[in-house]
Design a binder for this molecule. Structure first.
Ligand SMILES: [Zn+2]
Length: 234
């Protein structure tokens, strides 16, 4: 259940929602103002948390007009209702980069996401992320073209993924060489390149790490701390 996803974000449902970036347009320090508030009671018992209602705050980003929702619990105790200002659930959820992705690739992926509003820069960052991920998997020699080919030959990439990787390589080449014949990159191009780079990160690093964790034997319970002797009176 996504309720509770935003518990540790420490974001309050004030007039302006304090997100660092808009989840839609990635504008930094966006103005995301509140437009509407309403309460709702989940009907299924599994979602009824201690007899709480949910108070939804509906916001809109001034830059792109995209909607953001933030929910807080209305806690009922006897005849009084208390509203907790801290958001417990924010929709859409903030995108985070998995810690299973190697640092260099994670940095490029973050930059690709943060520059989506500047498509040419974002395409270059997605291509750099693909490059960094292949290097991390041991494909270090030769051009990006030959490394994609080798990864396909060794079944690290499927044919479809290798074709997609070549598309991004070519898109990035257009930008690097400022080819006047090449069409200007659009936001859609940048989003498509980032989607591939994200998918490649899942395939090469995130899913294998999840499988390894899933197969690992459960960790033994932590040892009980030694009991301190009772302090005597002084
Ligand atoms: Zn926005």
């Amino acid at each position: 259940m996504p309720y509770g996803d935003a518990r540790y974000s420490n974001i309050k449902t004030t007039e302006q929602l304090g997100l660092q970036r808009c989840p839609h347009c990635n504008t930094a320090n966006p103005s995301i103002g509140r437009r509407h508030v309403f309460a709702v009671q989940p009907s299924k018992a599994a979602f009824q948390l201690h007899n709480q209602l949910l108070q939804w705050h509906v916001y809109s980003c001034a830059s792109c007009g995209g909607l953001v929702g933030a929910a807080t619990p209305i806690i009922q105790a006897h005849a009084t209702f208390t509203v907790d200002q801290l958001a417990q659930w924010i929709v859409p959820a903030a995108t985070t980069i998995s810690s299973d992705i190697p640092q260099a690739a994670a940095r490029y992926l973050t930059q690709a996401r943060e520059t989506l509003a500047s498509p040419a820069a974002s395409v270059l960052m997605s291509a750099a992320a693909v490059d960094a991920m292949l290097k991390e998997r041991g494909y270090r020699d030769g051009s990006l073209y030959s490394r994609i080919q080798k990864a396909e030959t060794e079944c690290v990439l499927t044919k479809d993924m290798a074709d997609w990787a070549h598309d991004i390589r070519l898109d990035a080449n257009d930008e690097r060489h400022a080819d006047h014949d090449a069409s200007a990159k659009t936001g859609e191009d940048a989003a498509r390149c980032l989607e591939f780079a994200d998918a490649l990160a899942d395939l090469l690093f995130v899913l294998p790490a999840r499988v390894r964790r899933g197969r690992a034997p459960p960790a033994p319970p932590p040892a009980a701390p030694p009991v301190a002797p009772a302090a005597g009176r002084r």
